[in-house]
Design a protein around this ligand. Structure first.
Ligand code: AMP
Length: 386
């Protein structure tokens, strides 16, 4: 059962996925826009292309003839996936899932209108005037986000009419790809937010990982912890929504389904049809199988009977501070390494830029998750990227 897997996107999540696949004896070709990306360092072969270029994608698919295509990022010409799928290539989790989550519009409409889960009120806008109308419709405060962006780029909150024009300009500047459209949605005054890692299987039932809590800054996660203590009814509600949305998209794999939790219950926010960055906490062996091992198994059709919490855990990111063109040096590892019940993973990214995620610190055990978060943060703070 050695499959040829074409991995599109070779960041730290891709790297851990490749390691999980290697342990199951698979053959991997890792793809990204630059050479030396983390997942390339542990794969059999690599390709450097612009994944938004459909012809370039066609070329490497024709060259490698993969059994399975695994997208690790959103910025891919995913329209081509339908064609690959019709030719018998397994697209993970499905061509529809990858295509619908490429930008915020298709997935939001599917969740809110077709599946009917609770989301914030929202409108779309392609001009400043449409944005003004959208703000009137959803009310203030509201959040503006480019339909295509990453890491919170271009995202801002509108509190008063004066903010609208600024939010429009900021969103358009922060847009990625060729799509200049934004979503404006009501601000959800949530108590906390979670990622519900959801496992869909070829022949088995849909399973859920214990919920992961996380804190965001500048649109990127800073710390995550598992399990997030929450009311059973809110968790059940989130599980139902996650099962419904993933079913509508189809296919097998792990999904990071994000929810805002309020007193009234769960609001569906968005979803990644692949391992989620906040799920790196599972690298601390918080579960019987990490999110990467679960993804690999689901894709290969290896049944997963159960997902159980083995111990509590927390993760905290290690960010670069400066622009750097040469291989970064990590300092303080000796001090970080001696803290009991902790660990760290260095991603091996070849260069740095401000706020680029370079490593992750982990803490685990039977302590309360709030204490584990503090511990993971102190490990992260001891590691310096130069
Ligand atoms: P997103 O890129 O949509 O995941 O947004 C990044 C982060 O911004 C979320 O994890 C929330 O912390 C915050 N955020 C996004 N949308 C909203 C909203 N409608 N209400 C409140 N906070 C939000």
């Amino acid at each position: 059962m050695r499959k040829k897997i074409l991995l599109l996107g070779s960041g730290e999540l891709g790297k851990e996925f490749v390691i999980a696949c290697q342990r199951l004896g698979q053959y991997i070709i890792a793809v990204d826009s630059y050479e030396g990306a983390p997942a390339m360092q542990v794969a059999h072969e690599f390709e450097v292309i612009n994944m938004l270029d459909g012809d370039a994608l066609d070329r490497i698919v024709a060259k490698h003839q993969p059994d399975i295509i695994v997208p690790e990022i959103e910025a891919i010409r995913t329209e081509r996936f339908y064609d690959y799928e019709s030719k018998g290539i397994q697209v993970v989790p499905s061509a529809k899932a990858a295509n619908f989550t490429m930008n915020r519009k298709a997935i939001r409409d599917l969740a809110a209108k077709e599946v009917g889960v609770r989301t914030a009120n929202y409108r779309y806008a392609t001009t400043l005037e449409e944005l003004q109308n959208g703000v009137d419709a959803v009310g203030m405060p509201c959040v503006v986000k480019p339909l295509m962006s990453s890491s919170g780029k271009g995202q801002s909150v509108i509190k008063s009419t004066e903010d609208i024009e600024k939010a429009w300009k900021y969103a358009i500047e922060g847009s990625r790809g060729d799509l200049l459209e934004v979503i404006v949605e009501g601000f959800v005054d949530f108590d906390y937010e979670i990622t519900l890692l959801t496992l869909t299987q070829k022949d088995g039932e849909t399973l859920f990982c214990p919920p992961i809590g996380h804190r965001q800054e500048r649109g990127d996660y800073q710390e995550s912890w598992q399990p997030m203590p929450m009311k059973a009814e809110h968790l059940e509600e989130a599980k139902k929504m996650a099962a419904d949305v993933t079913k509508a998209l189809g296919g097998a794999g792990i999904w990071g389904v994000e929810f805002f939790i309020t007193q009234e219950g769960a609001y569906f926010s968005e979803l990644s049809p692949r391992p989620h960055d906040t799920g790196m906490v599972t690298l601390g062996n918080t579960q019987n199988l990490s999110e990467f091992e679960l993804h690999a198994r689901a894709i290969l059709g290896i049944p997963v009977n159960e997902i159980v919490l083995e111990r509590n855990g927390a993760s905290a990111v290690v960010l670069a501070m400066n622009e750097g063109e040469s291989t970064p040096i990590f300092r303080g590892l000796d001090k970080a390494a001696i803290i009991p019940q902790t660990d760290f993973k260095l991603f091996g990214k070849p260069t740095t830029r401000p706020y680029r995620r370079m490593a992750v610190a982990l803490a685990f055990g039977n302590e309360e998750v709030s204490d584990l978060v503090e511990k993971a943060k102190s490990v992260a703070s001891l590691i310096e990227v130069e």
